[in-house]
Write a protein that binds this ligand. Structure first.
Ligand code: GS8
Length: 218
């Protein structure tokens, strides 16, 4: 069967980055389509009529939505190269738990830092740093969350690293000081071609955040 793969995405999206990383890990060729989220394409509305959000993976005309769901789908379809989820059911359940933790805590956390000011921002910063500390504990002395190889939980978290610089500038702090272990892990992940190619330049993300904040105010 022919494998036609299309990704509907938006460059600063950490959710889109997850899918880009997974596709690169599996060496899948695909067509990348950038969406203008203020003027969504017919294709996006047709392929994700429920949420109307990116990322959407279209595999032989079949849409798959929700980034973590897409990463799992990719891992199952292209199962031979670089497995992302562990094969052991218990380890798989653990990996899903941590990816879910990241999903529920991390993105909201980023907003509470770059989208706020004063006391609210201080509280957001504290909370985000605490969540990263929980993740640092989970990482322990392992090179990656799943152990010796780069896997599902790493894919779920690493995209947010490209937003750290914007958060640091806006929140006037340094992750290197609050969460040195996460930074060490992130630098390790950045040595992978799949990751370094999927993540945008942190300064570009910072500029995007400034424009986005301005738009939200008006
Ligand atoms: C989140 C996708 C999302 O928020 C996932 O795929 O993991 N839980 C989903 N996509 C945003 C862009 S990134 O912030 C989006 O498409 N927003 C458009 C909109 O809300 O209209």
């Amino acid at each position: 069967m022919a494998n036609e793969v299309i990704l509907l995405d938006f460059w600063p999206s950490p959710f889109g980055m997850r899918v880009r990383i997974a596709l690169a890990e599996k060496e899948v060729k695909y067509e990348y389509k950038e969406e203008d989220l203020s003027n969504k394409s017919e294709l996006l509305l047709k392929m994700n009529p429920v949420q109307k959000k990116i990322p959407v993976l279209i595999h032989n005309d079949n849409p798959v939505c929700e980034s973590l769901n897409i990463v799992q789908y990719i891992d199952e379809v292209w199962s031979t190269l670089n497995p992302l989820l562990p094969s052991d059911p218990y380890q798989r359940a653990q990996a899903r738990f941590w990816a879910d933790f990241i999903d529920k805590k991390t993105f909201e956390g980023t907003r509470k830092i770059w989208g706020t000011k004063g006391e609210e921002q201080e509280a957001g910063k504290k909370e985000f740093i605490e969540h990263l500390k929980v993740l640092e504990e989970q990482l322990g002395d392992k090179p990656y969350f799943g152990g010796d190889t780069f896997g599902y939980v790493d894919v779920a978290l690493i995209p947010f690293y490209s937003w750290f610089y914007a958060m640091e500038i806006d929140g006037n702090f340094k992750f290197e000081e609050s969460n040195p272990k996460i930074i060490e892990w992130a630098k390790r992940c950045m040595q992978r071609e799949s990751v370094v190619k999927a993540l945008p330049d942190e300064k570009k993300v910072y500029e995007f955040v400034q424009v986005y904040k301005h738009l939200r105010k008006n």
